[in-house]
Design a protein around this ligand. Sequence first.
Ligand code: PGA
Ligand code: ZN
Length: 416
Amino acid sequence: MAKILDVKGRKVWDSRGRATVEAEVVVGRGSTPLATGRAIAPAGASTGSGEAKAIDAAQAVQNINTRIRDGLKALSASDQAAVDARLIELDGTPDKHRLGANAIVAVSLACAHAEAAAAKLPLWRKLAGERRVALPVPQIQIFGGGAHAGRRVDIQDYMVICVGAGSFAESLEWTAQIYAAAGARLAKRNALQGVADEGGYWPAFKSNEEGLAELVGAIADAGLEPGRDVGIALDIAATQMHRGGAYHLALENRALSSGQLHAMLARWVERYPIVSIEDPFAEHDAEAMRAFTKDVGDRIQVVGDDFFVTSAKRLRQANGACNTVLLKPNQVGTLTETLACWDAAKAAGYRAIVSARSGETEDVSIVHLAVGWGVPQLKVGSFARSERMAKWNEALRIEDSLGPKALPFPARKLFR
Ligand code: PGA
Ligand code: ZN
């Protein structure tokens, strides 16, 4: 059984040019190193208040090189739960701010990578064991807004889900067409301001609803049928627009009550081929979340991101709010807690989506988690910028390596 021989942290930089944390874990037998695993912490911009707290990267690195290294040495690397329990114990705070959630998540993931490397297996296979696996259905951003694009539009993510695609590779083929078509439409109207933090176009729309109409247009321009081939997914990230008891749509210069926002979103669900809406209400507005889920939850996914912050406990207390959970390892801090949230979701009949953050790197661990744990959906941002494409491309490699051994791609089963 491989033991942890060494743990090392270093400061590296993310896709927004901000400092973040890389961890390396060396495992071996006796004093002979067998394998090294490496992982980098991502970072959010529209964070939920219940998230585990990242700290200054330099301080987090120092914590890895001192307290975490001392605390993990000689532990069995194959017991991820014990490693994560030790990390939690070493930190000793409910939100992991002492050692830093960025330090902890990087080490937790690096440990899993080291263990897989020692077994000479890709991480997804190490996590799946003998189980057959499927590729997750991607949710891919086309337009970015909210906190990721200077709040030019209020809605944070306008995304597509290729609900009629027969494989991961086909989803990307279609998305490439849609992304190009959307860019061409914006350029023609002089409405293109650049790209947002996750690589989606940063558009100059006159209303939030215009983004929906443009997306439907882009899907059609790509030669695909909105609704049948491709559905729309939104992340409202409503916590970001909630102030003083109202939801502020700055672009439209109006403030909505929970009831008015509910009515607006329900109307959009009627009018457009929407299959998923994330954080339609603020993280504390559980009543509104419940009422909305009751209203439209039999037709679409109602996804909790800031609302659940990847917490198994919050999910168990959801009581009819949302029907889908976003799983972000750095939101909760360790691999074991992320897996516990997925287990709680399955037990409660909720769907789940593994998700990246708006600040990302070349690290592709989350793709392996989605495949290895059998989480049927993956959200990584847009179809541009290498911190996004690295993850889509990793999924293509896994699909390619599986060939006919893969379970059927779940898009049509989930959404049609
Ligand atoms: P964040 O955004 O990483 O900035 O929190 C992603 C999301 O809201 O899903
Ligand atoms: Zn979100």
